[in-house]
Design a protein around this ligand. Structure first.
Ligand code: SAM
Length: 265
């Protein structure tokens, strides 16, 4: 199981919030009775969902105790104990999780790419919705980007090769049209789109700092503490070369993401 560092993840909170909000804005539901945020992380979007649909019973589901601990605290601060009772956090693997009741909304931002076999997962999630309910998902689709190539080269060339190379997963996220095909049999309305965000980052190694919060976590977990600094240095150097800092101090980090909003028929 991958360990998460909520503080490292939050380092780019504004950039990571943008696609989450773009997804929320496309949910065509006036009111909902019950919903879930799958892979809710630190609970930022769960809080927004709770504010947007103030009568809804909500579940935030995540496997990481570190992330859930931050979510528990921030939701506790944001909502009164009375209002907070309708929001429940649950530690579970999304591959096995089932909701306690049929849902109006399943929202998942930047989480389902950690699971394989979307062809089986997405029909299962659609099965948890009431008719007219909505599945709203965003996932990164950035394997073709220089950042992933740099990571692949780092894995393949260091003393950690034997240990880490088998952990490199094949691209888990399919092209947009594949999601259209997977979801069309279950949906009365379907919206699939893809966006490349050109994040403008500052600092010396912002792309390394970004992937340290997400993509390279499974590899850091698999290394001994003594091996980690050399691996991090190798990643940092390759990412710095792949995404050079401009003279004005800005590093542009293009990031492709796929979205879909499916209304159950
Ligand atoms: C990149 S974070 C996104 C968090 C939040 N949705 C956001 O947008 O800020 C991915 C989250 O998915 C969770 N996750 C990954 N695989 C999971 C699984 N199999 N079951 C449950 N949660 C999982 C991680 O623990 C992490 O909190």
């Amino acid at each position: 199981m991958t360990t998460w560092d909520p503080r490292q993840y939050a380092a780019f909170a504004d950039e990571r919030a943008r696609p989450a909000n773009d997804l929320l804005a496309q949910i065509p539901l006036e009111s909902i009775a019950a919903g879930a945020d799958l892979g809710c992380g630190t609970g930022a979007q769960l809080a927004q969902i709770a504010r947007h649909w103030p009568a809804a019973r909500l579940w935030g589901v995540d496997l990481s105790e570190e992330m859930l601990a931050v979510a528990r605290e921030s939701l506790g601060r944001a909502f009164s104990p009375e209002d907070g009772r309708r929001i429940r956090l649950e530690r579970a693997d999304l591959g096995a999780w089932q909701p306690p009741e049929p849902l109006d909304l399943i929202y998942s931002n930047a989480a389902l790419h950690w699971l394989d076999d979307h062809g089986a997962l997405l029909p299962r999630l659609m099965g948890f919705l009431k008719p007219g309910g909505v599945l709203a998902v965003q996932m990164p689709r950035n394997y073709a980007a220089p950042a992933h190539q740099a990571l692949g080269e780092t894995l393949a060339t260091g003393p950690w090769r034997e240990r880490l190379a088998p952990l490199l997963r094949p691209e888990p996220v399919s092209p947009p049209e594949a999601y259209d095909e997977m979801l069309a049999p279950f949906a009365s309305r379907l919206d699939v789109w893809e966006t490349v965000y050109y994040h403008r980052l500052s600092g010396d190694d912002p792309v390394f700092d970004w992937v340290k919060g997400t993509a390279i976590r499974p590899f850091l977990d698999a290394l001994d503490a003594e091996q980690r600094p050399a691996f991090e240095d190798a990643c940092r150097a390759r990412l710095r070369a792949a995404y050079p800092k401009r003279a004005d101090g800005v590093t542009v980090f293009p990031f492709r993401r796929v979205f879909f909003v499916a209304v159950k028929g």
